[in-house]
Design a protein around this ligand. Structure first.
Ligand code: ZN
Length: 339
């Protein structure tokens, strides 16, 4: 199976694709980002997961008959026939030589007018959403209504709100959202919360992959009276220790404590009470082959870690988890997930 996966993915990394053909479309940004990820073969299909050594076979999780590449998941899967058979727009397009999603999409851009192409993009985006629901056995999987739903969505986006307004709003939302790390990296977000009345500090840390999936996390409560900077530095220190313990060696570390991040990266203004912690952080970083500490300027990009630190204040003990997360942060994790 691994040989087949290599063969089928070798064709995917094509160059020369006209990226403007998607970025210039008047569509909500989340749809354009979805298309961009599909065209880059960055969707978490079974084939992509297998390529990243995640233990899956690579077969389509819906039909179980073919390798689950992006082009299969979005177009070729037998379970999607009811969608595409009802979709007259694609009848004149020849996909005989399509090996990858870029080929499929290029054929569509060459054969469809702008309006139909936009509709196709919304359909693909919605198919991916429904497919994930089907795999996770949640929701009602109205595949036969994909096209009417997409037409309605497109109409509402364009007419009711005005597409320019939507795009600006989407861009604003994207700017303040958490962003997944680049492929091959994991992102550690840390935060600290302080209960000044009870003299305790809650630390929250979460590690996610390039798909936004939670890989590991921890909440820790410390009975002590710390300054905000010391608490934030401790969250980073404990977070890095935890990430090393879990074996993540390509790590982006994000905190919303600018002063602490500058102390770590630049060695600026290290005061006595925090100096030992900063020194420990720097020592730990030397044990990670590829680690970068970053400041996230807006707290909304650090919501999960922030919620975990607050959760830690309410508990008596520390917790850690792998490949899951507490129900209390489920909503924040979902909000952060790339669409
Ligand atoms: Zn399939």
């Amino acid at each position: 199976m691994s040989l087949n996966i290599k063969e089928s993915t070798s064709e995917m990394r094509k160059t020369g694709f006209d990226w403007k053909s998607i970025w210039n479309l008047n569509l909500p940004t989340k749809i354009k980002i979805f298309l961009w990820r599909s065209l880059r073969e960055w969707l978490p299909t079974q084939v992509n997961l297998a390529r990243r050594n995640i233990l899956v076979g690579g077969l389509c999780s819906v039909c179980c008959n073919s390798l689950e590449t992006a082009v299969h998941a979005l177009w070729g899967c037998s379970r999607l026939k009811k969608v595409w058979n009802r979709y007259d727009l694609l009848r004149g397009v020849n996909f005989a030589s399509s090996l990858c999603f870029q080929d499929f999409f290029s054929s569509c851009t060459q054969n469809l007018g702008k309006k139909d192409l936009k509709l196709l993009c919304v359909v693909l985006w919605h198919v991916w959403f429904l497919r994930n629901q089907l795999v996770q056995c949640v929701g009602r999987h109205g595949l036969k209504n994909v096209v009417p739903w997409s037409e309605e969505f497109l109409e509402e986006s364009m007419v009711v709100n005005g597409v320019v307004g939507i795009q600006r709003e989407q861009v604003r939302q994207n700017e303040i959202k958490w962003h997944p790390p680049e492929v091959g990296f994991f992102k550690l977000n840390t935060d600290a919360a302080i209960d000044v009345q009870k003299w305790c500090v809650g630390l929250g840390m979460v590690v996610r992959d390039c798909f936004g999936a939670v890989k590991a996390g921890s909440i820790q409560r410390i009975e002590a009276r710390y300054s905000a900077s010391v608490a934030e530095a401790l969250a980073i220190l404990r977070g890095i220790s935890f990430a090393i313990y879990c074996g993540y060696d390509h790590l982006i570390i994000e905190s919303d404590a600018l002063g602490v991040v500058n102390m770590i990266n630049l060695g600026t203004e290290i005061s006595a009470d925090i100096g030992v912690i900063i020194e420990d952080i720097r020592c730990l970083l030397q044990n990670i082959p590829d680690a970068r500490v970053r400041y996230v300027s807006i707290r909304k990009a650090n919501v999960v870690a922030n919620s975990l630190s607050k959760l830690a204040l309410t508990l008596d003990v520390s917790y850690f988890w792998l490949n899951s997360f507490p129900p209390a942060v489920e909503r924040c994790v979902q909000d952060d997930c790339p669409s």
